[in-house]
Design a protein around this ligand. Structure first.
Ligand code: SF4
Ligand code: SF4
Length: 211
């Protein structure tokens, strides 16, 4: 936690607010529950007795450690201390402004999370592998024609030919490539056209995976 968060409470210097725990050393059994429970590093232990080493790091109004202490060794001032500070410093006006700012921050976070989620649902890159006889350049030309009207490109294209002699005999070869959007757009509408083109050429879609 930043030290500036601990130095003041809604703009009031923290040291002006007498809210912190005191430990009755007689009652303390050194179980360390308060030390472990407090997220603000208020407590230390010495000779198996807890004490508030950083009293003003205590969250104003919090009394969690007192409620969990098994021997009720922890005491806090009366709650009126906090309410008096609230009145004297007219804190409600400050809190209203802070609440407005918090709401704005939360709305921005929610909007950002939902934009990221929508972006995550987009498929912008897909790898495909098709098998068939790639003996002519005909298919590549068709691919070029197909992508001409879409904001996509085909990259990392590899053609795996098991045998050159087999090309003439129409032995199946494998073509692998990635379809990528050139503008961070969804390519879902384009993929069926690509599959259809492959099918019309007598190729088989062996593998397709979104990246
Ligand atoms: S929780 Fe209570 S008994 Fe345990 S160390 Fe803290 S003050 Fe002592
Ligand atoms: S009241 Fe809360 S913040 Fe304060 S010392 Fe206890 S656990 Fe820590």
């Amino acid at each position: 936690m930043a030290s500036s968060d601990l130095d003041s409470w809604h703009g009031i210097p923290r040291q002006e607010i007498p809210w912190f725990p005191t430990v009755d050393a007689q009652a303390c059994i050194g179980c360390e529950l308060c030390y472990v429970t407090c997220g603000r590093g208020v407590y230390e232990l010495k000779e198996r007795k807890a004490f508030a080493a950083q009293p003003y790091a205590c969250m104003v109004g919090c009394s969690t450690c007192a409620r969990v202490c098994p021997t009720e060794a922890i005491r806090f001032p009366d709650g009126d201390v906090v309410r008096r500070v609230e009145r004297e410093h007219k804190i409600l006006q400050i809190v209203r402004e802070e609440a407005k700012a918090k709401r704005t921050r939360q709305e921005a976070q929610r909007a950002r999370a939902s934009a990221e989620e929508a972006l995550g649902r987009l498929t912008c890159r897909t790898r495909l592998e098709i098998a068939g006889a790639f003996g002519s350049k005909h298919f590549l030309r068709q691919l070029q024609d197909l992508i001409a009207d879409f904001p996509v490109d085909l990259v990392n294209l590899e053609l795996r030919v098991p045998t050159v002699r087999g090309l003439a005999e129409r032995v199946p070869a494998f073509m692998r490539f990635e379809v990528v959007s050139t503008g961070q757009a969804d390519i879902h509408a384009f993929l069926p056209l690509l599959r259809d083109l492959a099918r019309r050429n007598g190729f088989v879609l062996v593998h397709e995976v979104g990246l």
